[in-house]
Design a protein around this ligand. Structure first.
Ligand code: UD1
Length: 359
């Protein structure tokens, strides 16, 4: 057995690190490929150090580009890597362009593909990630679901139940492993705020940031929120670019900063009064931490975070955003429970299935 693990963009690292480390512990022959979809040091390198993950054995260096350009570059480069290194299993994670590209290259070479975080559906094909999720699931040989809804979605799409394993959430494995040291660093001090007395904001989805008017309306609401609660805002490079173009001016209470390393962000999340985000993973991490999450989207592919956790869809309407923050400040927010199998041992269950696999 020779496993090839693929990482590409910021949200992949904390999902794959527990799998890589668990396989390492079991002495499995494996190698790590970084497609290079994210390349800034603070969007990539720092995560390897903090998560204790080995450095990539292969770096494809694809960088940014249109969807077709980026996907095609990974497809071509990853095929060459597979031909050269001959893995017997390729593990991909999440829903970024590199996930579908690496999965497609591998399966065409008839190398079995395992998908970590399978079955999630927003039912919104305007999100490029939704297309990536559907296609990756349909070409995969092993599908590792994080929540029961994912298992149901895969069944409804006709995917054989034999391939599907409900294993829990690897991102939560990383969270449990690192939350104590994240808190001991007291990252809020460097940002000039006090525990439980700030909101944390992240936005990068095209639907929120690519349209100047939509972005202006959203940031106007955030400026108003910051009058009641300081807002710490680590800004994604794409969002920074769009904000500059739209000429957005931020209120004093909005504390803009560079994208944060994993531990700093985890510590900031754990002590936030609430988190406002359009990220997928952060909806899960806040549920695991029991911190209120206001999702600035109209839908979510992670419904368990609403049904059981601390997440609520607030959308992009300024009044709804301010109203929801008001509810948090008044202490009217569901406490939530942690979903089944979000227990810090998902990667152990994944490694059990991977090592037992025979086609
Ligand atoms: C990608 C994923 C998204 C994920 C997000 C996390 C897809 C379709 N989207 O979106 O699902 O939630 O990562 O961040 O795969 N850039 C830099 N430095 C970097 C990386 C990107 O400056 O290290 C800038 C570039 O201008 C680039 C833009 O950000 O064009 C967008 O990057 P890209 O990887 O295409 O998509 P994300 O918005 O990061």
């Amino acid at each position: 057995m020779r496993v090839c693990n693929v990482v590409a963009a910021r949200p992949n690292f904390m999902k794959m690190a527990p799998v890589v480390l668990e396989l390492q512990k079991r002495g499995v022959d494996q190698f790590l490929v970084h497609t290079g979809q994210h390349y800034d040091a603070n969007m990539s390198d720092v995560f390897f150090e903090e998560l204790g993950m080995p450095r990539p054995d292969v770096h494809l260096g694809v960088g940014s580009g249109s969807h077709a350009t980026q996907t095609a570059a990974v497809l071509t480069a990853f095929e060459a890597t597979c031909l050269e290194r001959k893995p017997t299993m390729v593990v991909v994670a999440g829903d970024v362009n590199s996930t579908i590209a690496a999965g497609l290259a591998a399966t065409k070479l008839r190398i079995p593909v395992a998908h970590v975080e399978a079955g999630l559906r927003s039912f919104d094909r305007d999100m490029p990630e939704e297309i990536n999720r559907i296609l990756t699931d349909h070409l995969s040989d092993l599908l590792f679901a994080t929540e029961e809804d994912g298992v149901v979605n895969l069944k409804n799409e006709g995917i054989s139940g034999e391939k599907v394993h409900l294993v829990g959430n690897c991102m939560v494995d990383s969270l449990f492993r690192h939350v104590e040291s994240a808190l001991s660093n007291r990252p809020w001090e460097a940002r000039g705020v006090e525990p439980s007395k700030y909101a944390l904001l992240t936005i990068h989805r095209p639907s929120n940031v690519d349209d100047d008017n939509a972005l202006r309306a959203l940031m106007k609401a955030i400026n108003r929120v910051s009058l009641a609660l300081p807002v710490v805002f680590p800004v994604h490079p794409r969002t920074r670019d769009r904000m500059g173009r739209a000429g957005i001016v931020l209120a004093d209470g909005v504390k803009l900063c560079e994208p944060m390393p994993y531990l700093a962000f985890l510590g900031m999340m754990a002590k936030a009064k609430c988190v406002l985000t359009d990220s997928g993973g952060i909806q899960e991490e806040t549920t695991a931490l029991g911190v209120p999450c206001l999702t600035l989207r109209e839908n979510t592919e992670r419904p368990v975070t609403i049904k059981q956790g601390t997440n609520r869809l607030v959308g992009s309407d300024p009044q709804a955003i301010e109203g929801a923050v008001g509810e948090v400040l008044e202490g009217r927010w569901p406490v939530g429970v942690r979903p089944a199998l979000w227990d810090g041992h998902a990667a152990v269950r994944i490694a059990d299935v991977l090592t037992a696999y025979t086609r």
